[in-house]
Design a protein around this ligand. Structure first.
Ligand code: HEC
Length: 172
């Protein structure tokens, strides 16, 4: 058996592909195939389906966004910062130059406030803040109702400089 394998391997000019080589190559391939098919670990969290439906097309199922087009929610200070910031972004939208995790964006996110109820925004943002490796506190429907009331006269999307002070904790 050993001989057969040796002579089989010797047909390929691969150095150091000894006894371990093939099992290791197979394991790596198997691991890669599984990682691709493994459901996201946060799949069963509440809000996951609403997230995929309302946000997933742009921000991705795994919250990674798309380079220079759609910013990531994974590890984003905008998603994880004071709840008033992501609530405003979801209710009224965001436009213009933006840098998230060192990458630049210059795009438009339309507001979803008319389409989503307070409880839906709360559930989706609570999901976002606890999935994708994020570990930030929940958002309640009462938070959303308060911000909705505070911003009821706001008809346009937010611009980054308007929300940045709030993000850094120096705003209202
Ligand atoms: C049509 C595409 C689209 C949809 C749908 C969308 N977004 Fe966005 N989102 C964007 C874009 C584009 C930006 C950046 C805008 C800019 O460049 O100023 C953004 C920015 C953000 C930000 C701030 C930046 C960051 O990466 O953290 C948050 C938070 C956010 N979106 C959350 C959400 C949530 C939650 C939903 C679903 C309720 C959602 N978005 C739906 C396109 C979208």
């Amino acid at each position: 058996m050993r001989k057969v394998r040796d002579s089989f391997l010797s047909r390929f000019d691969i150095p150091n592909l000894g006894r371990l080589g093939i099992p290791v190559v197979l394991l790596v391939a198997l691991f890669a195939a599984c990682a691709e098919k493994t459901p996201d670990p946060w799949r069963d969290l509440p809000g996951r389906n609403a997230y995929v439906f309302h946000c997933g097309a742009c921000h991705g199922k795994r919250g990674l966004g798309s380079k220079n087009l759609f910013p990531p929610l994974a590890g984003s200070p905008w998603a994880n910062g004071p709840v008033d910031v992501p609530i405003r972004v979801v209710l009224q939208g965001l436009e213009g130059e933006l840098t998230v995790n060192g990458e630049d964006y210059m795009n438009i996110m339309p507001g979803l406030g008319k389409r989503l109820k307070d409880s839906e925004v709360a559930e989706i943002l609570t999901f976002v803040r606890s999935a994708f490796g994020n570990q930030s506190g929940p958002v309640t429907a009462a938070d959303v109702a308060r911000v909705r009331a505070e911003t009821k006269d706001r008809k346009r999307m937010w611009k980054v400089p308007q929300l940045e002070p709030m993000l850094k904790g120096t705003g209202e």
